[in-house]
Design a protein around this ligand. Structure first.
Ligand SMILES: C[S@@+](CC[C@H](N)C(=O)[O-])C[C@H]1O[C@@H](n2cnc3c(N)ncnc32)[C@H](O)[C@@H]1O
Length: 257
């Protein structure tokens, strides 16, 4: 399994406890029996399993799209072509190309789902493109602009400032991912879904933290600041079981179009 796929699988329990259940209930209420759902940026397809496990879905068709072939392949190897009574299909593709082709072919879905996705894409064209294929989008775990690590490190401010600058200037989504989605579509329901990881770590949390430290250090490096000293001290704290991490996210349910 690739690092990306291992990280996505490891963060499943973190997402489970972070999701806002009221927004999820509101999303469930939007779905007809046996819905057809398009999941964009599906990763290893943990969302369809979660929704079946939690009784939100008990039939229908789920189309999982991701540009990352290995992540989707890991999901397919784990789930196969059905999850409970839900038929699951996997498509390695750019989500917006896929949506455009589906729209051109006259295909419609009952909903779009994008977990931890709308903060890595440009919200305005994303909402426009997806409005052509579905009436609503469920966008849980959308980054809401704040990351904190503890215990305090003298380089935290410089590193996290650069991290957010990287999101603004190098990534399409920007640090106000959730706010951008809310600006571009009509919000039906929203609620906070913060990620909090603190010692003692549960299974998979070291994998998640290690991946997040790499993500921050790589991003900051791309802005021209060497964050290797900061990352080394943070990895030591992780190794000693002292590192605490918190990120603000929001779950959104929006009407498209
Ligand atoms: C942070 S991961 C979240 C994955 C999954 N939704 C989850 O929460 O475990 C974001 C995913 O979006 C995918 N992605 C980003 N932009 C994409 C695009 N334009 N088309 C398809 N997939 C994309 C990435 O490959 C990655 O797997």
């Amino acid at each position: 399994m690739t690092d990306h796929a291992a990280y996505l699988d490891a963060k499943r329990a973190l997402d489970d406890r972070s999701l806002d259940r009221e927004v999820l209930d509101r999303f469930a209420a939007e779905l007809p029996p046996e819905p057809t759902v398009l999941e964009v940026g599906a990763g290893t397809a943990t969302m369809v399993e979660r929704l079946v496990d939690w009784g939100v879905l008990d039939g229908g068709r789920w189309v999982a799209v991701d540009a990352h072939e290995a992540a989707l392949a890991a999901g397919e190897a784990r789930i196969g072509d059905a999850c409970g009574d839900v038929t699951v299909e996997y498509r390695v593709a750019d989500a917006f190309d896929f949506a455009a082709e589906a729209a051109a072919a006259g295909e419609r879905f009952d909903a779009v789902v994008g977990c931890a996705f709308f903060d890595v894409v440009d919200a305005a064209p994303a909402v426009d493109a997806l409005a052509d294929v579905a009436p609503v989008a469920y966008a849980p775990i959308t980054y809401d602009g704040e990351t904190r690590f503890a215990p305090a490190d003298p380089d935290d401010e410089a590193v996290l400032d650069r991290y957010h600058r990287h999101m603004r200037e190098f990534r399409a989504g920007g640090p106000d991912g959730a706010a951008a989605v809310a600006r571009e579509a009509t919000v039906i329901a929203e609620g906070p879904s913060p990620w909090v990881i603190e010692p003692p770590y549960e299974s998979g949390e070291r994998t998640v933290l290690s991946h997040l430290l790499d993500t921050v250090a790589d991003a900051v490096g791309e802005t021209g600041l060497d964050a290797s000293g900061w990352a080394e001290r943070r990895r030591e704290a992780l190794g000693d079981g002292r590192l605490r991490y918190e990120a603000a996210n929001r779950d959104l349910l929006v009407r498209l179009g």
